[in-house]
Design a protein around this ligand. Structure first.
Ligand code: FCB
Length: 444
């Protein structure tokens, strides 16, 4: 397998997000995000880790962009921290926050690296959360104004945009399960948050379209290949419901298909939040859809699981190879997901905007032999090529992630980077997987 098998137009890159790497959580006028608040509460994050310093990317971006250059990586996906730009979420703009992203964007461009910007990768301004965050319909105005400011200010140099990162994860984990910020639980929080996040994709997309000339606009979705544990009817139906929740809930309304029928019963309450014109405002004509796949899930019927009557049979229980996140290593999942999304007739183009794996990495003799990650990435890229050869219009692949970083509720424990970070000294060491990517990208 070589780079040229994918064609010259294919975009290769790495992906990161603001809260996971920047640190500088209160520098230069930045406001608190919900993650600043969540991580500082005992018991929320493994080992009480916080992103207060993380990879100190705020101060070391120059060095990390040089690292990208050294690794021959031509595309860099990062997110903007909303509370760095609007400390309280709206009205007052923090000039120094804008300056930081100006420096970062200019630094990428001066090194010949194309910036791919995500507007929202989970770090909501805390002040907005105090007013209900994603459960408050006013989020559409707050988010729209934030999107518009970013479009107007950075749009002369940034042409690749993504509106939201994985709405299913930030609403599911943050507003239903309470295991991510802001730590809210239950259907009464999840349903309005879900509906507003759905509308926010179109809202953000329209602002970008209006204010950025020649923009390529996308948004990203988490997705997992779903299989029933057996061929019994009740397991098959359970798998269909989980697939609707994890893979279809957010993409179908923006494609004009509405919320999936299979979820009508658990979701019925959504009617209460739907206002006139919502149905027509949900669809947006995205230039690309970002898919982010890490694994597959095996599903069984379970009558005691509320709403869904379905549960997941974990990789450990099935005794199959898995990563530090307990996610099964199953590279064919990415092929299955590309095929599944390609089957929607009105998706113009697909990009793999995240894919990667966490393992236990150690620096030994100045080197990191992360052969499991290397194999994972190679096998996944091979599956992308397989889909592409079968006619799937997939045009890019971004590894999650450049440097080891703050992995949300798991803290710094799972290392996903192709570059190792010593979080005491901030020393970067390119792993074997990073050296392979560099080599792979060097021949066309
Ligand atoms: C995705 C997130 C990303 C990272 C990876 C491992 O769900 O978008 O921030 O945490 O998982």
């Amino acid at each position: 397998m070589e780079r040229r098998d994918f064609g010259e137009e294919f975009r290769w890159g790495v992906a990161v997000s603001a809260y996971q790497i920047e640190g500088a959580h209160d520098a230069d006028g930045k406001g608190h995000s919900i993650w600043d608040i969540f991580t500082n509460k005992k018991g929320n994050v493994l080992n009480e880790h916080t992103g207060n310093t993380a990879c100190d990317f705020y101060n070391r971006y120059n060095q990390d962009i040089s690292l990208l250059k050294e690794l021959n990586i031509p595309n860099f996906r990062f997110s903007l921290s909303w509370p760095r730009i609007f400390p309280s979420g709206h009205f007052y703009v923090n000039r120094k926050g804008i300056d930081f992203y100006d420096r970062l964007i200019d630094c990428c461009l001066s090194q010949g690296i194309e910036p791919w910007v995500t507007l929202y990768h989970w770090d909501l301004p805390h002040e907005l959360e105090l007013m209900g965050g994603w459960t408050n319909r006013d989020i559409l105005y707050w988010f729209g104004d934030y999107a518009e400011l970013c479009a107007k200010h950075f749009g002369d140099r940034v042409k690749k945009w993504m509106v939201l990162n994985e709405p299913m994860v930030f609403t599911g984990a943050g507003y239903f399960l309470g295991i991510h910020a802001p730590g809210k639980r239950g259907m009464k929080n999840f349903i309005p948050a879900m509906h507003h996040a759905t509308l926010a994709m179109g809202e953000g997309g329209r602002r970008l379209r209006e204010f950025v000339k020649d923009a390529e606009i996308g948004t990203t979705f988490s997705c997992s290949h779903i299989e029933p544990v057996s061929q019994k009817d009740k397991d098959i139906r359970a798998a269909i419901r989980v697939d609707a929740l994890l893979n279809r809930l957010y993409i179908e309304p923006i494609l004009g298909l509405g919320y999936p029928q299979e979820l009508r019963k658990p979701l019925l309450n959504v009617e209460k939040y739907i206002k006139p014109n919502d149905e027509s405002n949900m669809p947006f004509d995205f230039d690309f859809i970002g898919i982010q796949n890490y694994t597959r899930e095996i599903v069984k019927y379970s009558w005691w699981t509320p709403y869904l009557q379905a549960s997941i049979v974990g990789a450990k229980e099935r005794k199959v190879p898995h990563t530090l996140m307990k996610w099964e290593v199953y590279p064919e999942a990415i092929y299955q997901m590309l095929k599944k999304f390609q089957a929607y007739t009105n998706i113009k183009k697909l990009m793999v905007t995240e894919n990667g794996a966490a393992f236990n990495d150690v620096v030994f003799d100045g080197k990191v032999q992360d052969s499991q990650r290397l194999l994972f990435i190679q096998d996944n890229i091979r599956q992308v090529l397989r889909a592409k050869k079968e006619g799937v219009n997939v045009q890019g692949y971004f590894i999650w992630t450049l440097t080891d970083n703050f992995e949300w509720a798991e803290g710094f424990h799972p290392r996903f980077g192709i570059v190792h970070v010593d979080f005491h000294s901030q020393k970067r060491t390119i792993k074997e997987s990073g050296l392979w990517y560099k080599d792979f990208l060097s021949y066309m």
